[in-house]
Design a protein around this ligand. Structure first.
Ligand code: NAD
Length: 335
């Protein structure tokens, strides 16, 4: 029997999770939620996703001629798990409702680790969410850091990691957020990113700083890692080459910036031009003594999507082996 999945919050992350779930053969979308009538709500119905709405909005949807399947609370009756993709400041309110309905739930990186006590990354801690009622897929930036740092730590033991995050100011569809002509440092040091990585790798010595810049495409990280054992640049590249959710590109072959990475994902024919992999500039990787330097790019709208799929499998006890779940997800999503 397929796992029955509901999406609460059909926005940037929610619509991508919905598409990805329906590509798997062991889970299916039962419904998605929207709070107000909109073009996205209309499209969700056209795509065949039953639409569940707040009781207070039922009439507004009726007036707009958009067909609904019930209230958000009705959706709970038909699902095994909710993937909560509501904005960071509202999703906490739903925890009590999910608990009362006796269903499982996954939150996203806009929530704190304390909400669930378990944070998820497929390669680093798949088993920690095994059978759990609540879990949280860490943010796009944290997912990016875990994907590349976890294998490094496993193989070479990281003594210390220092990261500067160059963050996109808004998602491409968002015209309300800035800055549009400034660079804004996050002055609270360390930024929340380091502690967020430690919610999955508590033993890791990591410091983070961040600046926000006027771009919508991707984040870029500059990473400096002091390794605990000898490694060459080639050793590090070979380690990452084994991980399908890491993509190596070469600046000298024309992938010089996040603009060409997005062009590459368009050329690959990806759904919504998404780049699920963490992209590392191969010719920008260098080991000097015991210190590794590299640059990586994170497609904020999509790197967490395969993680949500694997998290569903772990929480719903569908596949015990992390590598098998990841391979299945990757195949279905064309990674
Ligand atoms: P979004 O604003 O694009 O989508 C949120 C959706 O939730 C919208 O459809 C909105 O209408 C709906 N919503 C708002 N209030 C609601 C409520 N009370 N009940 C039900 N639905 C409600 O946001 P997003 O970017 O998809 O972010 C969702 C979560 O994913 C956040 O925790 C965010 O931090 C995290 N996240 C976002 C990104 C990103 O770059 N966009 C990356 C990784 C993780």
């Amino acid at each position: 029997m397929k796992v029955r999945v509901g999406i609460n919050g059909y926005g940037t992350i929610g619509k991508r999770v919905a598409t990805a779930v329906n590509k798997q053969d062991d889970m299916e979308i039962v419904g998605v939620t929207k709070t107000r009538p909109s073009y996205e709500a209309e499209l969700a119905v056209k795509l065949g996703f039953p639409l569940y709405v707040p009781e207070s909005s039922v009439q507004a949807f009726k007036d707009a001629g958009i067909k609904t399947a019930g209230t958000i609370q009705d959706l709970y009756k038909n699902v095994d798990i909710i993937v909560d993709c509501t904005p960071g400041d509202v999703s906490e309110q739903y925890k009590a409702e999910y608990a009362a309905a006796g269903i499982k739930a996954i939150w996203q990186g806009g929530e704190d680790h304390s909400l669930t006590g378990i944070s998820f990354n497929a390669i680093a801690n798949y088993k920690e969410s095994w059978g759990a009622q609540f879990s949280r897929v860490v943010s796009c930036n944290t997912t990016g850091l875990l994907r590349t740092l976890y294998p490094l730590d496993k193989k070479f033991k990281i003594k210390h990691a220092f990261v500067t995050l160059i963050r996109r100011s808004a998602d491409p569809g968002d015209s309300k957020v800035g800055p549009i002509n400034a660079i804004e440092p996050s002055v609270k040091i360390p930024t929340h990113h380091g502690p967020d990585v430690q919610s999955v790798m508590p033993w890791l010595d990591i410091q983070t700083m961040a600046v926000k810049v006027p771009t919508t495409l991707m984040h870029v990280h500059t990473v400096i890692v002091e390794l605990g054992s000898d490694a060459t640049t080639e050793d590090v590249l070979n380690l990452w080459r084994k991980n399908p959710r890491i993509k190596l590109v070469k600046s000298k072959e024309g992938v010089k910036s996040t603009a060409q990475i997005m062009e590459l994902s368009r050329e690959l024919g990806r759904s919504r031009s998404d780049m699920y992999e963490i992209v590392i500039w191969e010719d920008g990787v260098k080991v000097v003594g015991n210190t590794l330097y590299y640059y990586q790019a994170v497609h904020q709208e999509s790197d967490v999507i395969p993680e949500n799929i694997d998290c569903i499998r772990s929480m719903c006890k569908v596949e015990e082996d992390a590598a098998r779940s990841m391979a299945k997800t990757n195949k279905a999503m064309g990674i």
